[in-house]
Design a protein around this ligand. Structure first.
Ligand code: URA
Length: 434
């Protein structure tokens, strides 16, 4: 088999065989096929596309390129959740204890990541003492006996995807639906997921800026799941404004705790119910979405969701007292109210710009080496459709270092679009794909 012929086949619109796709993935991971040939193939894929079957084969080849996590010693169906990422997305921190309280075994790997704020792992480290690196034995034992454990990504998961993603990043081939779908799904499958619930974000703060692309990505991932025997459902949700009100690590932890206590923002609560009920059905804890939704709501109302959060944080060494006393979480020394120069209705809040503002305050990492300040960030006080006045702050910034404060304030102000006309509220869930 020759790489040259594989590139030529795809250039002419042919469907690649399993052998050809596996040859590319193995050869590239082993360093036997050079970047320039794989770049040519990736570009040919961007123009000619891949069938659902080719995409599924690529996914499995990438999943099998490194460690495959074996969760078979955990009873029950292991359902994983993945979000394509957005500003203020603290859903995992609410969902994990919520569905664990309802009887799902939550065995989750989470990452840090570059971004406007830290990833789930960074946010969890707001709890003093919380250990994200626990042994495999402890991880399995915690899940079997308490129903929940979250660990940092370890091992060599889907190295082919890592290498391919880095190459796509510099060859303008990231934004191809089949390549994105296979990349995401390969990592979920390598980390042991038997069923997958996807939250595909759509809007200014998301990877997918428009609804057609977000739907296509959701559909492509659900199709991969079907081909490879992993029950997969996708929820396409709004990211044209931040999720909830808090953006920043400890601030998002507080919002997640309040949500588990039943006092959360409407959108975050609704999204966790939508995702959580699908997790319960895929895990076969409930037979129908309606029954699952009732069970989830019950976990909020009877306090079991927040009790499970306490159990989980305590098991992993975190300071449980912080769940009832937020002064024990990292904080900011200063606050600054942010005003707009207009009175009217909020028409848009560019989520990406809000995220940038949080990043400027130090809430996220600009490079892998940057350190983050868990205590800083911002709280927006309104959502799209709300009335705002120039005499009342639209947001509060929490900061420790004022070096880039003015730029952060400016960025946040520019994120808002205000109009005199009444604006309707945004739809939260655009589509459900299964
Ligand atoms: N996220 C991923 O994990 N992979 C992609 O290709 C794009 C976004």
């Amino acid at each position: 088999m020759r790489m040259y012929d594989i590139i030529a086949n795809k250039k002419h619109g042919k469907v690649l065989t399993k052998e050809e796709i596996e040859f590319v993935v193995k050869g590239y991971t082993a360093g036997e096929i050079p970047d320039y040939q794989v770049s040519a193939l990736l570009m040919a894929i961007c123009f000619q596309g891949m069938t659902a079957e080719e995409t599924a084969i690529l996914t499995m080849a990438m999943a099998h390129s490194g460690d495959m996590i074996d969760l078979s010693s955990i009873e029950g169906i292991k359902v994983d959740k993945h979000s394509t990422g957005g500003v203020g997305d603290k859903t995992t921190i609410v969902l994990a204890p919520l569905v664990a309280a309802a009887g799902v075994k939550v065995a989750k790997m989470s990452g840090r990541g570059l971004g406007h704020t830290g990833g789930t792992v960074d946010k969890l480290e707001s709890f003093d003492g919380f250990k994200i690196e626990i042994s495999e034995e402890q991880f399995i034992d915690n899940v079997n006996t308490h129903g929940i454990a979250v660990v940092g990504q370890s091992g060599d998961l889907a190295p082919a995807d890592k290498k391919l993603y880095a190459l796509r990043d510099v060859t303008a081939t990231v934004d191809h639906i089949a390549l994105i779908a296979s990349s995401i799904m390969s990592k979920k499958i390598a980390s042991g997921a038997e069923a997958i619930v996807l939250d595909v974000k759509c809007g200014s703060g998301a990877f997918m800026k428009n609804l057609d692309d977000a739907r296509a990505l959701g559909r492509a991932m659900v199709d991969i799941g079907k081909h490879v025997g992993r029950n997969t459902v996708a929820v396409v949700s709004d990211m044209s404004q931040p999720l909830g009100f808090a953006v920043g690590n400890a601030l998002e932890i507080i919002e997640a705790i309040e949500t588990l206590k039943g006092n959360g923002p409407e959108d975050l609560t609704a999204l966790t119910i939508a995702l959580g009920s699908r997790i319960l059905v895929l895990a076969k804890v409930c037979d129908t979405i309606e029954a699952a939704e009732m069970q989830i709501k019950e976990m909020f109302a009877n306090g079991k969701a927040v009790e499970k959060l306490k159990e989980w944080i305590g098991l992993q060494g975190g300071n449980v007292a912080a769940i009832d006393d937020y002064s024990l979480l990292p904080g900011a020394v200063h606050t600054r109210p942010v005003y707009l120069n207009e009175t009217g209705y909020v028409k848009a809040i560019d989520a990406e710009e809000v995220g940038k503002s949080a990043l400027l305050l130090g809430a996220g990492r600009e490079t892998k080496e940057s350190s983050i300040d868990l205590g800083v960030g911002l709280i927006i006080h309104n959502k799209i459709g709300d009335k705002v006045s120039k005499d009342e702050p639209v947001a509060t910034i929490y900061y420790n270092d004022d070096r880039r404060l003015e730029e952060a304030v400016r960025t946040l102000v520019e994120a808002y679009e205000v109009t005199e006309e009444v604006v309707s509220k945004n739809t939260l869930i655009y589509d459900l794909i299964d």
